[in-house]
Design a protein around this ligand. Structure first.
Ligand SMILES: *Cc1c(COP(=O)(O)O)cnc(C)c1O
Length: 397
């Protein structure tokens, strides 16, 4: 009996991707097994994080790294490190930033719901640029000079959300920032694959980069990576670890927290609520190694086969299947364009019916306004694919 049956919770087929609300990716058995093994012995969390830092360094090229409870937590903690540095008094005061530099410059077109995580640490946004293309009133995107024009003595850093077509180019923003001695914090939560992105943004000079552990890396849902400058990662560790310690005998690994940079230690920091267990840390490190070694890339062909099975299984129905292959590394995707007139249901109605059925099928809903169901193959196997095809035939037939 499945553990969810025991609890009386229905299981669902998550073909929406790594979304948190539908419990993210299924972890590879190796990752789940590593977590169980991690749960059977005790460690010093500082020492475990110091080893994690080295392993994250190896795959990202960053000076140091840290494991937190998600990319969102990484953004809050990253902001806190920029605001407080190694000053224990400031660490204790956050998110109250009275008397500190607290402005973060951000392009309007980079703003999104996740930037709440940056504001949470006490940062105040200074918005630049326009969303002219979306508003239909212009042709230009945000430009690097606009960052420079917004810098004041109160500026603490720059927040940048990276996507394959984010503007202005990250290198240009880094150039402006570093000329003014300002750090750049990059939200790269969902920018994997390609594997090369693990190194790309650090390589472009970003000071801190946050990745999700519970998206395409397929680590625990409640895990993420913050990587970047060693001094900033040290501050992140101090603001995240359990700090109920006697300073005189506190002995953090020098590679993670150079003790000489501190005059004392703060009490529990702003990151304390983003606790990660040893199980998440070990699970994420296992998944990160598999992802970085390209072990997931071999599944693309099989995923394409599963999507073709669904597409073929819908023949004769008023739906037009289209398989979109990734340009480089990535997932093949299936778009099901519904002829809503013939079906008598809109994309929204079909998705709602699929979700509430047994088993519930949760597609990616981005295409619903165009009556398109988007199927992400990350969590599919043969039996789920067959069940899903049968259910789609029922709902669309
Ligand atoms: C998913 C996502 C996040 C949040 O990541 P978690 O690991 O779930 O905390 C932040 N920013 C962007 C752009 C994302 O796509």
């Amino acid at each position: 009996m499945s553990i969810y049956e025991e609890l009386g919770v229905r299981t669902i087929i998550n073909v929406s991707g790594a979304s948190t609300r539908v419990s993210g990716p299924l972890m590879p058995p190796e990752v789940a097994e590593a977590m169980v093994r991690a749960s059977q012995e005790s460690v010093s969390m500082m020492e475990l994080q110091a080893v994690a830092s080295e392993k994250i360094s190896e795959v990202t090229g960053a000076e140091a790294g840290y494991i937190i409870s998600g990319a969102s937590a990484g953004l809050t903690l990253g902001t806190a490190t920029i605001l407080a540095g190694m000053d224990p008094g400031r660490m204790d005061r956050l998110p109250d930033t009275t008397g500190m530099k607290n402005e973060f410059i951000i392009a309007r077109e980079h703003r999104n719901g996740y930037d709440h995580a940056i504001r949470l640490a006490g940062a105040k946004f200074v918005e630049i640029g326009m969303n002219e293309i979306v508003s239909g009133a212009g042709v230009r995107r945000t430009e690097a000079w606009e960052y420079e024009a917004a810098i004041t003595p109160q500026t603490a850093g720059i927040a940048y959300t990276v996507t394959p077509d984010s503007e202005p180019p990250l290198e240009q923003v880094v150039e402006v920032a570093h000329r003014h001695g300002l750090p750049v914090l990059v939200d790269a939560a969902g920018e994997l694959p390609p594997i090369s992105n693990l190194r790309k943004f650090i390589g472009m000079g970003a000071d801190l980069v946050a990745f999700s552990g519970g998206k395409s890396i397929r680590g625990p849902q409640s895990s993420g990576i913050l990587c970047g400058r060693r001094d900033l990662i040290a501050s992140a560790a101090v603001q995240h670890l359990d700090m109920d310690e006697f300073f005189d005998i506190w002995d953090p690994p020098e590679s993670l927290i150079p003790k000489g940079m501190l005059t004392g230690i703060p009490r529990h920091g702003i990151g304390r609520g983003f606790k990660v267990g040893k199980e998440e840390i070990v699970g994420l490190l296992t998944a990160l190694r598999m992802f970085a070694d390209g072990e997931y890339a071999a599944e693309t062909e099989q995923q394409r086969g599963l999507l073709e099975y669904i597409a073929d299984g819908l023949s004769g129905l008023p739906v037009q299947p289209r398989i979109i292959l990734p340009a480089g590394e990535g997932y093949p995707m299936l778009h099901l364009i519904i002829n809503s007139q013939t079906v008598g249901k809109s994309g929204f109605e079909v998705s709602k019916e699929l979700k509430s059925g047994d088993p519930g099928i949760f597609v990616n809903e981005k295409g619903l306004p165009e009556d398109t169901l988007i199927v992400h193959p990350m969590n599919l196997n043969q039996s789920r694919t067959e069940i899903m095809t049968r259910r789609l035939r029922e709902v669309l037939g």
